[in-house]
Design a protein around this ligand. Structure first.
Ligand SMILES: Cc1cc2nc3c(=O)[nH]c(=O)nc-3n(C[C@H](O)[C@H](O)[C@H](O)COP(=O)(O)OP(=O)(O)OC[C@H]3O[C@@H](n4cnc5c(N)ncnc54)[C@H](O)[C@@H]3O)c2cc1C
Length: 535
């Protein structure tokens, strides 16, 4: 059975009541997905349950960078620098399409800043053992302006250019869930854990509207911003509460800010923020402000928007950016561990694993996309200890993620096989799917209609939509256009021009009624609108 086919979801939910699970993981973000894959690869019987959709929480709202760890050097955390740098290399090994090296340009203002930054990067590269071809270069003023003509020249001394990796967070989650499923884990989205009591987990299938009970020897709470809510539902007392902080991103048309490279900008409070070009848009991010109770779509305030636009307007030449230039936005919540008296950006990003002595639940919070694999390894080691079994060696740094297998395909060869796509569009498809593009191309060979671009969705083939529905467990229009094709964030019109066409394909495949189809379209339109209007 295809790893993430809708039928595999149905089979997973049907198998749950009788399954003798070693481990049940709550939450299908990168943390839960990573744990499920590692545990399944090490031979445990595992279930992974996600209330909404895989990656629906923070793991589709990040800045989409696999950090080398330069920033941790600024905080003096050498251990984290080494971990981030080695994990970055491992992600590139197991899924090269999801860790694409890009040049990050950091402008310098004044000689002292230029020298200090150069020395900092030199130390970072020593500590992180950065390969020679990925070491930084320092540009003088003329070179900086030639390489990145958008930079404002006022006060500019030069720039440092260093390598960071760009990922697609939601796609990293799907690849990881698909890997977990292929290794035998029972995986289901739209399956909310409503209660946990003495190892009995009550699950609500929100599609079939059914309650299911599962039993597991160990339960891991990887619910990100909702970790505390799971404590409430299970009578667990967490040692330390969560402190959520919100980070927003703004999407601009690329011609409005036509960057060649990602650029580090200094905000008015001296925090570093980014501008990243990607697939015909440029996005700005991110803020770091305290946030209360978790929400799936945290609201974005005008102040947040002005903060990022102001940083861009200080850094770049050209007519000043204004709110009317913002095509779309996304906001995510960092599930950080509470540290009293600290400002949001001072709270540690380190992960923490805690076991409640009364309920036995293992909870994990904090951390980064970048270090998810190591976090998972530590949690799975602990699960083996709890089971009283010797932990086999973790192999998640060796086994390719689905889509990360070696392939002769790349963006250029893909563009030749799919001449209906532009080079940029073929590049987008390859970065989202990697070697799995073969399966999408195969659909276009079998059925000419599948090779057509969906009306209104630039660069999205019907075959890509069919693949998402048949092989990636997309069950709603939002699953499809937000997290699978990424149109909600990266299409210039948020996918709205193609929403009816995409809904028609989904309706035919998933058996939606006319009323359900209309409701899906309306819900998507309302969501897209909310991401363009700020309080
Ligand atoms: C603005 C921002 C920018 C960031 N940028 C970067 C970056 O560039 N690089 C980087 O490495 N890291 C970055 N991070 C950090 C990274 O995104 C997070 O550490 C990571 O995504 C957290 O993943 P998670 O799985 O723990 O949480 P989530 O992704 O939120 O997953 C938790 C899941 O649990 C589910 N859930 C909740 N309740 C239940 C229930 N009752 N039953 C079942 N499931 C449930 C939710 O629906 C959700 O999908 C960023 C974070 C933010 C907020």
């Amino acid at each position: 059975m295809v790893a993430l086919a809708p039928a595999s979801r149905a089979a997973a939910l049907a198998a749950l009541p009788a399954a003798e699970l070693d481990l049940l993981v709550i939450g299908g973000g990168i943390t839960g997905a990573g744990i499920a894959r590692d545990a399944a690869l090490r031979g445990l019987s595992v279930a992974l349950l996600e209330a909404v959709d895989f990656a629906a929480g923070t793991s589709s709202r990040s800045s989409k960078l696999i950090h080398g760890g330069v920033r941790y050097l600024q905080q003096g955390d050498i251990g984290l620098v080494r971990e981030a740098a080695s994990e970055r290399a491992r992600i590139r090994r197991i899924a090269p399409h999801l860790a694409v090296p890009i040049l990050m340009v950091m402008p310098t203002y004044g000689r002292a800043m230029h020298l200090k930054l150069g020395a900092g990067l030199w130390s970072f590269e020593k500590i992180a053992s950065v390969e020679a071809d990925e070491r930084h270069v320092m540009w003088d003023r003329a070179e900086a302006l030639a390489q990145e003509p958008c930079l404002a020249d006022t006060g500019l001394h030069g720039a440092a250019a260093f390598v960071e990796y760009l990922t697609d967070d939601a796609r990293l989650v799907f690849a990881t869930v698909a890997g977990a499923s292929a290794a035998g884990a029972l995986c289901a989205n739209h399956a909310e854990v409503t209660a946990v009591e003495h190892g009995v987990v009550t699950v609500r299938d929100t599609v079939g509207n059914e309650a299911i009970e599962a039993r597991a020897r160990v339960v891991v709470n990887a619910a990100g911003p909702w970790v505390e809510e799971i404590w409430r539902r299970s009578g667990t007392r967490g040692a330390r509460g969560l402190q959520l902080t919100k980070g927003i991103h703004l999407v601009l048309d690329h011609p409005r800010l036509p960057l060649r490279h990602a650029v580090v900008m200094q905000a008015r409070d001296r925090r570093s923020v980014f501008a990243v070009p990607r697939d015909g848009i440029t996005y700005l991010g991110t803020t770091d402000t305290l946030f209360g109770s978790p929400e799936l779509y945290p609201g974005i305030e005008t102040d947040d928007v002005e903060y990022l636009l102001d940083a861009a307007n200080r850094t770049f030449a050209g007519s000043p950016l204004a709110q009317r230039d913002v095509l779309a936005s996304w906001a995510g919540l960092r599930p950080l561990l509470r540290e009293e008296g600290k400002a949001p950006s001072e709270i540690s990003r380190k992960d923490e694993i805690a076991t409640d002595p009364a309920t036995g639940m293992i909870s994990i919070a904090g951390g980064k996309l970048t270090t998810y694999r190591r976090m998972a390894e530590r949690v799975v080691d602990l699960v083996f200890a709890r089971l009283g079994r010797r932990a086999p060696r973790c192999t998640t740094d060796e086994v390719a993620l689905p889509g990360g297998e070696s392939t002769t395909l790349d963006a250029t060869t893909l563009a030749k096989r799919l001449p209906q796509l532009t080079g940029v569009e073929a590049g987008r498809l390859f970065r989202l799917h990697g070697a799995a593009c073969e399966r999408i191309v195969a659909r276009t060979v079998e059925d000419a209609a599948a090779g057509e671009v969906v009306a209104g969705l630039a660069g999205v083939l019907r075959a890509e939509i069919e693949h998402a529905l048949d092989e990636e467990m997309a069950l709603t229009l939002e699953d499809l256009l937000d997290r699978r094709t990424r149109s909600l964030s990266f299409d210039r019109q948020q996918g709205l021009a193609g929403v009816e066409a995409a809904a028609a394909i989904a309706a035919a495949r998933l058996g939606w009624s006319a009323a359900r189809t209309a409701a899906e379209v309306q819900a998507y339109r309302t969501l897209a609108e909310s991401l363009r209007s700020f309080a």
